[in-house]
Design a protein around this ligand. Structure first.
Ligand SMILES: Cc1cc2nc3c(=O)[nH]c(=O)nc-3n(C[C@H](O)[C@H](O)[C@H](O)COP(=O)(O)O)c2cc1C
Length: 331
């Protein structure tokens, strides 16, 4: 399958693994890239630019295919050393960068000068248009369903993707709620040129996270996520657990007086304990509603091959069959 996204990034299949804190290590990025998708290392999970340089080198030793690095621009008071991370990306020979969070404009000239292709992840048409205007090469349009930060507009992908297609000239991928061939074909039908998956890629053999995390995703239904930090306008979709319930109780109790410090314990610095140690109730962690569609823990190659072969069947048999008047093949 060739799309503007496979051509832009030089990949075989239009499937991207979004940056994920304490999940997007070299092992996962390389496994996705080796399977013909685009794997992405999460920049800020590496504590320093030197650590990121080492992670990039590790990934390069595991794959000769293209991979990218995610740079998330956080609304923090003391910003991480973004110029240092950007140097590590460029010096490490990485030419694909997934930006997310705040407007990446200030950092684009250096990245573009080095020949990097930028895919910016955002949750609205207006932010997508801004990304296009500042020179991003593509957008990852993240619907309300997504794991992580869905923004504050609450527009699901069934509306957001066709709206993005109406407005954007640069190619975009669908992100949020994507799990399988049905997601991919639907996303393509709505104007996307591929899909970005987060939660689905955590439940794979190569994802270097604790088995408890993978099992929690497989066990969860589409009803098991919660939105936390909405009162702080920093909404995050997380898997429901004891910590999420505590955060929501604090939010109800404090109302408009809520401050970040009130929920600090459940929110800050919890990822290593959850993702690496498998301590599942110690804090909140991002997870998409798509958990309801995840029933197994395949390798990345099994997952991507299955998606591409089933997409072929859906397009050639189910959809084309409907046009030809033949009896429909179940999706
Ligand atoms: C555990 C987890 C951690 C994430 N961390 C980041 C991150 O650090 N930076 C980022 O841009 N997106 C992050 N995301 C968002 C994903 O890259 C992706 O956009 C999202 O998961 C798509 O929705 P889905 O989970 O329904 O596939 C994270 C998602 C999850 C599930």
């Amino acid at each position: 399958m060739k799309t503007r996204i496979t051509e832009l990034f030089g990949i075989e299949h239009p499937i991207i693994q979004g940056g994920m804190h304490y999940v997007g290590f070299a092992e996962l990025a390389a496994a996705v890239s080796n399977a013909g998708g685009l794997g992405i290392i999460t920049g800020l999970t590496q504590k320093t630019p030197e650590d990121l340089a080492r992670e990039i080198a590790r990934c390069r030793a595991l794959t000769d295919k293209p991979f990218g690095v995610n740079l998330t621009f956080l609304p923090t008071v003391t910003a991480p050393d973004y110029p240092g991370y950007i140097d590590a990306i460029i010096d490490g020979g990485v030419r694909i960068v997934e930006t997310a969070g705040r407007n990446p404009e200030a950092h684009l000239p250096k990245l573009k000068e080095a020949g990097c292709r930028i895919i910016h992840k955002c949750t609205s048409v207006r932010h997508s248009l801004k990304a296009e205007a500042i020179g991003c090469d593509a957008v990852s349009v993240d619907g309300f369903e997504c794991g992580g930060h869905p923004g504050e507009d609450d527009v699901p992908n069934m509306i957001l993707l066709p709206r993005a297609a109406e407005e954007l000239k640069i190619p975009f991928v669908a992100s949020g709620g994507m799990a399988d061939a049905r997601s991919l074909v639907a996303a393509l039908a709505m104007g996307a040129e591929g899909m970005n998956m987060g939660t689905r890629f955590i439940a794979t053999k190569e994802a270097p996270v604790h088995e408890n995390v993978k099992k929690a995703i497989v066990a969860a239904s589409e009803l098991d996520t919660r939105l936390v930090m909405r009162p702080l306008r920093n909404t995050e979709r997380v898997l429901n657990n004891a910590a999420a319930e505590k955060v929501l109780a604090t939010e109800r109790e404090k109302g408009a007086e809520l401050k970040f410090e009130d929920i600090l314990q459940e929110v800050a610095g919890v990822y290593p304990k959850i993702m690496l140690d498998g301590d599942m109730d110690v804090g909140v962690w991002s997870c998409g509603m798509v958990a309801g569609l995840i029933h197994d823990i395949p390798t990345c190659k099994e997952l991507i091959d299955r998606i591409m072969s089933e997409a072929d069947t859906i397009i050639r048999q189910r959809l084309e069959g409907m046009l030809g008047g033949a009896p429909a093949v179940a999706a």
